[in-house]
Design a protein around this ligand. Structure first.
Ligand code: GLN
Ligand code: ZN
Length: 751
């Protein structure tokens, strides 16, 4: 039996965030391009050595990037939209990534259902692909020098590249014909270098519309097979569904499948796996941070082993979605740290599984063993016993727990009276240097808790005063005490842990440290009450209570893998429900529960949407439905296209929703109206991502578009997202104009 090991991508941000630091220094003209490239190279080579030392047989190379891999391939293939053609080299690369004065960047969007964002190549009929693989070939040569024949170049497959691009007046199949010779020549060049195998990543094969791409895949892979280099066709994030039966016939040497998500095992059982191909078994979860559980993984592997004999064990996806090394998290309790598995630990797991499956003993003392893994988990559960009370609560929920006591149409008349077109904001106000310094001082212990709280109270007071002067109708406290809308809540809830070094890339130079949900979630004390009370005491205008919703907290964290996501969302929802009750008790007449991540959590395959939406919407309802009919519930979502889920949005049963709209030219609003949305809605009237202050006239016309689409009583007036990234000098005039625009329209409507 032949059991080898492989990787299909590795973190590329540097163990100490070297790439981020180098990028930002380069953008500030503090370091040269050579120095930036040198840093990237060092980080890349260090990761190759780590993988080689861990004993991986086939190491994926070529996925390191200055900003984004899709952008890299777009550039290598000459997919350069007209507006960037005046630039060259790095200037052009970063113009495409980040934009330049007068030259907007490529659009950015989420990479499948991950929290990573890629740049969307733009392809129109003016573009003729033209290859420049020199940079890539250099990487491959360096890889060969360091790794020998363990080096396996990673290439984004042509069908996936086009499927994820924005095609304008170009037909996918036609353009594919233009790309194919370029891919062919790349493989030929790699073969000439002595490369025996390449990975072609085609995750588009797991998307719901993959069956419609069948002929394209067949054409491309039949053609590439003639080069005579081994191809590993790599897929991840879900199963191949009905496409499996033809994918397995493609003329490639290996097929890599994800065995941590979807039903690939059943597909193989049903259709068999071709004996002449190697099966890449993505068995170690590349998307989560938990050590493998031998009682789950080993039986699964034994079963796979009975289905085909030539297998390779590997992470289920690139390890870019997890941090580097869990052993660095010294501040975490040992029992928790020992069951965490970041990239380096996952390499050891891959090795352990290959060894165990082929019946080999550990070669070195530190190598993982089954006993050690089991002991780690046992110690973890002893340290972190289940909270039976929470479990019982979730198990015993009844339909009334999800149901407001009065329906929307009956309760609105009881809610707080406001002028037509009420004005408000989404929650946060500018997080100035001083505010950030304040939080840091407190964290470092340089100021006492009471000093910190006084300073925050002063910020809140200033913010309330400014909002009153501007003339907004519904105020907020400003969120100065929050670093991040998820972290702030996680830090106060039992069951969450935070890493010191656990950075993962969100996009470009932006990295995040997702919280880890490790235990049952419980609220131990009020989380937002103090700030709400301070704010409300300063004004007779209503102040919104401000919370992050259960689905967003879950989706932006690393969840447990021993409890369903639904149950975890419900636990968080129960914690928030107590917070909502406290806010209401303290006099809040409006409470906003933000769910910006609800839409983006949708599963890749349509057939799984309804299950997700069902519990996700229920979780929101569980958090909010207990309030009296008089209490108005708001929610906020950004960057959403709602058309396809408008009925689910309505089922949230929020009284008011605020949405991002200004950048999509009222498309979102249109979708909402066409969907027959009957609750109130604040379609963001200006784009907070831009420093430009909108004029009153612009805002009036934006509002008029809203009024044309919806009955007046349904419309709120607000910016399209929180204001924390803006400065006061931008925010105050913009909001003044917004309030002015609302007033003008009110007057106009009166007369
Ligand atoms: N209330 C949050 C804020 O204003 C919402 C942020 C978001 O939508 N991502 O910052
Ligand atoms: Zn937002």
């Amino acid at each position: 039996m032949n059991i080898s090991t492989a990787t299909i991508g590795y973190p590329r941000i540097g163990k100490s965030r070297e790439v981020k630091k180098a990028l930002e220094s380069f953008w500030r003209n503090k370091i040269t391009a050579e120095s930036l490239l040198q840093t990237v190279k060092e980080v890349e080579e260090a990761s190759w050595k780590t993988q080689a030392e861990a004993g991986i047989d086939r190491i994926g190379i070529g996925d390191a990037t200055l900003y984004d891999r899709m952008l890299d391939w777009a550039v290598r293939l000459g997919l350069i939209p007209q507006r960037f053609q005046a630039f060259t080299g790095l200037e052009r690369y970063f113009a495409m990534a980040r934009g330049k004065e007068g030259t907007p960047a490529l659009e950015m969007t989420k990479w499948f259902d991950t929290n990573y964002h890629y740049l969307v190549p733009e392809i129109n009929s003016d573009i003729t692909p033209k290859a420049d693989f020199t940079g890539f070939i250099d990487i491959v040569k360096r890889g060969q020098a360091i790794l020998g024949n363990k080096a396996v170049p990673i290439i984004i497959g042509s069908v996936t590249l086009l499927r994820l691009s924005r095609l304008e007046q170009v037909e996918l199949g036609e353009f594919l014909n233009l790309l194919l010779p370029l891919y062919r020549s790349l493989l030929t060049e790699l073969k000439a270098l002595g490369i025996e195998e390449v990975q072609l990543h085609e995750p588009a094969l797991v998307l719901g519309d993959a069956p419609s791409l069948k002929e394209h895949f067949q054409t491309v892979y039949t053609e590439l097979a003639t080069v005579g280099i081994d191809i590993n066709l790599v897929t991840y994030f879900d199963d191949l569904g009905e496409s499996y039966s033809w994918v397995r016939e493609l003329p490639v040497a290996a097929i890599s499948l994800d065995f941590t998500r979807g039903n690939n095992l059943d597909l193989i059982k049903q259709h068999g796996f071709p004996e002449d191909k190697r099966l890449g078994v993505g068995i170690v979860d590349g998307r989560n941070i938990w050590q493998i559980r031998t009682d789950k993984v080993l039986p699964l592997l034994s079963e796979i082993k009975t289905l085909t004999s030539n297998i390779s064990l590997q992470p289920s996806a690139s390890l870019q979605f997890v941090p580097y090394d869990a052993t660095k998290e010294k501040q975490l309790p040992e029992q928790l740290r020992n069951v965490l598995s970041f990239a380096e630990q996952k390499l050891q797991e891959v090795r352990f599984l290959a060894r165990t499956l082929s019946g080999d003993n550990p070669q070195i003392e530190q190598e993982l063993t089954e006993d050690l893994i089991n002991a780690n988990w046992e110690a973890f559960y002893q340290f972190n016993p289940a909270n039976d009370a929470v479990k019982a609560k979730v198990d015993n929920l009844s339909p009334q727990d999800f149901q407001r006591s009065l329906s929307y149409s009956l309760r609105i008349a009881k809610q707080i009276p406001l002028p037509p077109l009420p004005t408000t904001t989404i929650g946060s106000f500018p997080q100035t240097q001083e505010v950030r310094k304040l939080r840091l001082q407190f964290k470092k212990g340089n100021i006492t808790e009471s000093e910190y709280q006084q300073a925050i109270a002063a910020e809140i007071a200033k913010c309330i005063k400014i909002q009153e002067e501007i003339g907004l109708d519904v105020l907020v406290h400003g969120e100065f005490e929050r670093t991040d809308m998820v972290e702030y809540f996680g830090q106060q809830l039992a069951g969450f842990a935070f890493t010191e070094h656990g950075w993962v890339q969100s996009y470009g130079s932006r990295y995040v440290r997702p919280p880890i949900i490790y235990g049952d979630v419980v609220r131990t004390a009020p989380m937002t009450l103090r700030e709400y009370k301070i704010a409300q005491a300063l004004t007779t205008k209503p102040v919104k209570g401000m919370l992050t919703g259960p689905v967003t907290i879950l989706n932006w964290s690393f969840p447990r893998n021993d409890l369903s996501r639904r149950d975890q969302a419900f636990q968080i929802a129960l914690a928030l429900r107590s917070e909502v009750a406290d806010l209401e008790q303290a006099g809040a007449r409006i409470i906003q529960v933000d769910e910006p991540a609800l839409r983006e959590g949708l599963p890749l395959k349509l057939e799984r949407w309804s299950d997700y939406l069902s519990w996700a919407v229920d979780a929101f309802r569980l958090a909010t439905a207990s309030v009296a009919p008089e209490t108005q519930i708001h929610t906020h979502m950004c960057y959403c296209e709602f058309g396809d889920i408008i009925k689910d949005i309505e089922r949230l049963d929020a009284d008011v929703i605020s949405i991002e709209n200004s950048r999509s030219n009222n498309r979102t609003l249109q979708e909402v109206t066409e969907g027959g949305y009957s609750h109130q809605i604040g379609n963001g009237v200006y784009d907070i991502h831009s420093p430009v202050v909108p004029t009153t006239e612009q805002l009036v016309s934006q509002l008029k578009a809203g009024i044309a689409n919806l009955p007046l009583q349904q419309i709120w007036v607000n910016p399209d997202c929180g204001l924390k990234t803006r400065c006061w000098e931008e925010v105050v005039p913009a909001l003044k104009n917004m309030v002015e625009a609302a007033k003008e329209l009110r007057d106009e409507l009166k007369s």
